[in-house]
Design a protein around this ligand. Structure first.
Ligand code: SAH
Length: 425
């Protein structure tokens, strides 16, 4: 075996989440410790029985608000369009968007040409397909047709005379072609930016150093107190001895960073993949459309004193270097940096909005009024009304554990002659 030195936190995150054999999202999941019922096994990672719960899983009203955002832009320029979702998880958000459109805005459904789902997990792709297949019903004049990335599809008319909407999976956003028959794209990324690899740096007395992940050595005092059985390679964070190549590229010579703004001891996280993703989104919507990105993170260059990398297993936070590949690994999103990446691109007619808090965005999109209407509906039981009120509190509440202030929403919108009113910000 070849020996190498410590690896960057970005390489660690990339391997822990997306290694083809061992990655958290990409490897086949085992259900050994699962204690739910048989049907719920698909919920292994996301949801009540999984490692974390996300906004679309809390309530359909979240998806309705995202849909209304896209709808209000589309109504200003009602052309044919593609929908793109990055990291669709269990497919719930796309289901809610399409359900709302099919039942209330059939004109919008007629305008949809393709739906691209960007997903690395083979297991989640299957779950997404199952979720979306439920929308295919004899009652309405639309039909979802499923394709893999490699598969060429023709726009042949359906034997049932229904309008066909093509659903195509891709494993990365940048394999979706920039040019498309539909010039307009509506893109959503909900809790996906936080899964992207981040490099971590610290400003020290000696200058900028990179925080790296290293194998713990047997000389570590902790080894004297553990039994032979517990003895296995452990990982720890170390500081690079010198200026690494990434420190040079992502801090010292990075036009998006102002290294003088930091004090000794400050830690900075940089996701170059996040910046490239933003620039690709700008290209995808340069002929029309918008992107909404929702995630936890900091608005500007908030200074942190240690890495925000953390890991979750069954809703409990664990050390980010324990059980790589078996725990959800995540980092706060540096929205300030993403905004600067957007501003530095040549797509100057794509406007960046926000980030604003999730509370601000959802309330501007009318979430409170929508929940009140649902609660007051005669068909809503008392239990359902309670669930709705609790879901609203979780989505927009400010207290610890609520999403209202910790989650942020940023949008990129192609502006111009047609699109002038942008809601939500
Ligand atoms: N949006 C969903 C799921 C969030 S979990 C929700 O809110 O419920 C993160 C999602 O991103 C999962 O679907 C995961 O498989 C996917 N993902 C993680 N890393 C990715 C990558 N590098 N490229 C594409 N998808 C990725």
């Amino acid at each position: 075996m070849k020996c190498r030195g410590p690896i960057s936190t970005a390489e660690y995150v990339r391997m822990a989440l997306t290694h083809p054999q061992y990655g958290y999202y990409t490897s086949a999941h085992t259900f050994d410790e699962f204690d739910g019922d048989e049907d719920d096994k698909t919920n292994s990672k996301i949801g009540k029985h999984g490692d974390f719960t996300t906004a679309p899983e809390i309530s359909q009203v979240f998806g309705e608000c995202i849909f209304l955002f896209f709808l209000s832009l589309w109504q200003q320029q009602p052309t044919s369009c593609d929908l793109i979702e990055m990291g669709p998880g269990k497919g719930t958000l796309m289901y809610d968007l399409l359900y709302t459109a099919i039942h209330n805005f059939p004109n919008f459904v007629h305008a949809i040409d393709r739906i691209y789902l960007v997903e690395v997990s083979p297991e989640l792709k299957q779950i997404q397909r199952k979720t979306l297949e439920k929308l295919n019903s004899a009652d309405h004049p639309f039909e979802l047709v499923f394709h893999s990335e490699q598969e060429e599809h023709t726009s042949s008319a359906s034997p049932t005379q229904k309008k066909r909407i093509h659903i195509i999976w891709h494993t990365s956003l940048d394999s979706i072609p920039i040019s498309s028959p539909s010039s307009t794209r509506y893109i959503v990324g909900q809790e996906v930016l936080d899964t992207l690899p981040v490099h971590t740096f610290q400003k020290t007395e000696e200058g900028w150093r990179e925080i790296l992940v290293d194998v713990d050595t047997a000389s570590n005092p902790v080894y004297s107190s553990i039994t032979e059985k517990q003895r296995r390679p452990r990982l720890r964070f170390v500081l690079s001895k010198d200026v690494t190549e990434s420190t040079r590229n992502l801090i010292l010579e990075n036009p998006l960073m102002d290294e003088d703004a930091f004090q000794i001891g400050d830690v900075v996280e940089v996701s170059s993949e996040g910046c490239s993703l933003i620039n690709y989104i700008q290209k995808l919507i340069d002929r029309g459309g918008a992107a909404v990105l929702i995630d936890y993170g900091y608005m500007q260059d908030e200074v942190v004193d240690s890495t925000t990398l953390r890991a979750f297993r069954k809703h409990t936070q664990v050390h980010p270097l324990t059980l790589p590949g078996q725990v959800d690994l995540t980092a706060d999103v540096n929205f300030g940096l993403l905004k600067r990446a957007a501003a530095s691109s040549s797509c100057d007619t794509v406007q960046t909005l926000g980030p604003v808090t999730q509370q601000h965005f959802l309330m501007s999109m009318g979430i409170v009024e929508r929940v009140v209407a649902l609660i007051e509906n005669d068909k809503t039981s008392e239990e359902q009304a309670n669930d709705l009120a609790n879901a609203l509190e979780r989505l927009i509440g400010e207290e610890k554990g609520m999403m209202g202030k910790t989650y942020k929403v940023m949008a990129l919108v192609k502006t111009g002659d047609f699109v002038q009113n942008i809601p939500g910000f």
